[in-house]
Write a protein that binds this ligand. Sequence first.
Ligand SMILES: Nc1ncnc2c1ncn2[C@@H]1O[C@H](COP(=O)(O)OP(=O)(O)OP(=O)(O)O)[C@@H](O)[C@H]1O
Ligand SMILES: [Mg+2]
Length: 384
Amino acid sequence: MTEKILIIDDDIDTLKLVGLMLERQGYQIAVASNGTIGLSKAASERPDLILLDVMMPDMDGYQVTERLRSDPSLAHIPIVMFTAKTMVDDKVRGFESGVDDYLTKPTHPAELTAHVKAVLSRSIATPAAKAPEQAQIISFFGTRAGLGTTTLALNVGVAMQQTGTSVVVAEINPGRGSMALVLGITTPTGLTALLSRSLKDIHLRSVEAELVTHNSGVRLLLASYQPQEAELDDAVPQMEAVISNLVTMSDALILDIGSGVRPFTRPLLTLSTRVIAIVEPVYPSNIIARAVLEEMFSSGLERSKTSLALVTRERTSLNIPWKQVEADLGIELAGIISPAPELAQQAAQNGKPLVMLHRDTLTGDQILKMAETISSQLTLAKTL
Ligand SMILES: Nc1ncnc2c1ncn2[C@@H]1O[C@H](COP(=O)(O)OP(=O)(O)OP(=O)(O)O)[C@@H](O)[C@H]1O
Ligand SMILES: [Mg+2]
């Protein structure tokens, strides 16, 4: 098999020259002219080795290295860093951020080939460096605040765990969490602690250490309810790093991404296998839901991976029939949850998920059914 090398450099001449040299040696080449493109190509092309420039305008080589090393699906790819400098400090910093080897620019073709060969043969000799299995990501997204998104994400997670799927539920809603409180946990620190770290400190061990295991078996990453921590909404690279680690820990990763369009909403929806949009079938929530979803669809969310969860919290004769909501929004239904204010409140006060405390009720049934529907959509997504 031909080995693939990704070259990340903002200097077009280097890209061409080095690319050509390596192509002549029989390697397959992919190129990227900045760090951001480099990261997305690393994910899509899955190269066997990355040649990386240090000095680039958007993100320097060290930052690119840290991002690659914090993503378990990319962390194993060896990196050779290009530098115009020979300063010892730079090399030390590079090795600290996880670089495997160095090349000084301008590079002699023979030296380039020798380093590439050596690093590649070392990485082939350590077969442990293999990307781990990825969980399916199911994002619960509120088209408005307070519709029951957190309740549903938690309960569907517990229901899935009870059918033998291993589940991690993460409440990605900094400073506006409620999942901990409804489970009787008064000091949720997990999400805040991770989002406050620098990228190089977000890795499998640090993420795992912040998870809380619920007695259902579900593992939880909990958001705080300290309003000032809502500013962590902007920590999008950290969130992506947290999720790329969480995704290696279970069969299903359920994200409660709260409501509204925030800095992390689009990137996290893009990462998701399925998106469950929570909609209240009553005026004016239906109009707001349509506006929010149309905005998401026009900015790249795939309609085909999105389904609706209709949650009615109060019974009125003015509720809009589900078939009409489904037709208005143009996406299929994952399930319906009927009004159950007392059950929801009792569950919260007892610190137990509704689906455990009130399993034999209509609401319990509706949650189990929704979990089943979502699981069947996952199996389909897996075999496609
Ligand atoms: N089926 C239901 N019927 C009535 N009330 C419900 C139902 N499901 C949840 N609730 C109640 O609705 C309130 C909001 O629930 P929850 O915290 O899950 O919503 P949320 O959409 O996550 O809110 P936020 O936008 O603040 O994150 C809670 O008091 C909860 O007990
Ligand atoms: Mg919530």
